[in-house]
Design a protein around this ligand. Structure first.
Ligand code: GTR
Length: 327
């Protein structure tokens, strides 16, 4: 595509894909990601774009805007819902307040393992949650890995919920995560991802929680020395498309996009596993105190109120039961 044409389609995307695609031949899907270039989620969506580009001889392309260029997740989710942005790769957590079903895979300790999470999200459960998102204008395309989220802080090694008492912990913009942190006796501070580094450095917060690659890529590990592998949430990443964009596509193009998204999942998972190892190594080289032998039971026991607060309908309870009873 020529630079001029790309500029036109990008400008037109602000008023929806239908206008961008009036030329019918060129579809440029703009996609946001909070992570920097090179992060596995960014690479996966770029790969999906390369597949589409190849299959359509350049007719459909994806333009990824990494590193919060289009705003924090809260903003880009809104943009996607109204059709100002075509695609968005976010964590399920910032969707929890918008689509109650998305809270279920974010629940603390709901999955026994990453494998268990894959089986649920790659099957009927994942599809049911996609269907619920559609009512809010979001078409789910893929679930990506996000490993396990664990607590890190600047103050002390956490080995039990008692050690969390009084700490100010940043959480994502999700009431579920607020409730989880409060159930452990800490103070939850919802904050956008891009503000966490400075907040940790200046002592506005004492800690946060995330997986290995995010702890490392954001350099949070350089300011928050203690990382406790309590693995409280396996909340996966998700790639969504605006329903406004989706509905403007032909059925054949929708199918191509679904196919490319599906192929980007195993690609992402491989990159993810490599990145986890690289991040562990970077954190070890920095000499951080990693508390890996954690008795998870007291953390699990403290989570009862969180389930009570968020599993509030028979439908949500059914999702929980089906996940928990999976072999
Ligand atoms: C990361 C996730 C981001 C964002 C971030 C956060 O693990 O990939 O999408 O949700 O956590 O904590 O805000």
């Amino acid at each position: 595509m020529t630079k001029a044409l790309r500029a036109i389609t990008v400008a037109a995307a602000g008023i929806g894909l239908a206008s961008a695609a009036t030329a019918q031949d060129q579809i440029v899907l703009r996609s946001a990601d909070t992570h920097a270039d090179g992060y596995p989620t960014v690479e996966a969506v770029e790969y999906m774009g390369e597949l589409l580009d190849g299959w359509t001889n350049g007719r459909i392309t994806v333009e990824v805007f990494p590193g919060r260029q289009l705003g924090e997740e809260r903003d880009t989710i809104e943009q996607t819902m109204i059709g100002a942005l075509d695609m968005n790769r976010v964590n399920l957590a910032p969707l929890n307040n918008i689509v109650p079903e998305t809270a279920i895979p974010s629940l603390p300790y709901i999955f026994r393992s990453i494998d268990h999470m894959h089986r649920a999200m790659d099957g009927e459960i994942g599809q049911q949650i996609f269907a619920a998102m559609e009512e809010q204008g979001l078409v789910g395309l893929a679930y990506y890995d996000s490993g396990a989220r664990s607590f890190y802080n600047t103050v002390r090694p956490i080995t039990s919920p008692a050690d969390m008492e009084g700490l100010r912990i940043r959480v994502q913009n999700s009431d579920l995560f607020v409730s989880m942190v409060e159930a452990l006796g800490a103070n939850a501070t919802p904050m956008e991802f891009g503000q966490v580094y400075d907040a940790l450095r200046t002592g506005v917060i004492d800690g946060a929680e995330n997986n290995w690659p995010s702890y490392e890529s954001t350099r949070h590990f350089e300011v928050a020395n203690y990382y406790t592998l309590d693995q409280h949430s396996l909340s996966p990443e998700v790639l969504v498309m605006s329903k406004v964009t989706w509905d403007a596509l032909s059925a054949a193009d929708q199918e191509l996009i679904r196919k490319a998204a599906a192929l980007s999942v195993p690609y992402m998972r491989e990159l993810w596993n490599e990145r986890v190892e690289a991040s562990r190594a970077a954190v070890a080289a920095n000499g951080n105190e990693v508390i890996s032998e954690v008795d998870k039971q007291p953390f699990i026991d403290a989570m009862g109120p969180v389930y009570e607060q968020f599993v509030t309908t028979p439908e949500l309870q059914d999702l929980v039961d089906r996940i928990q009873s999976m072999p």
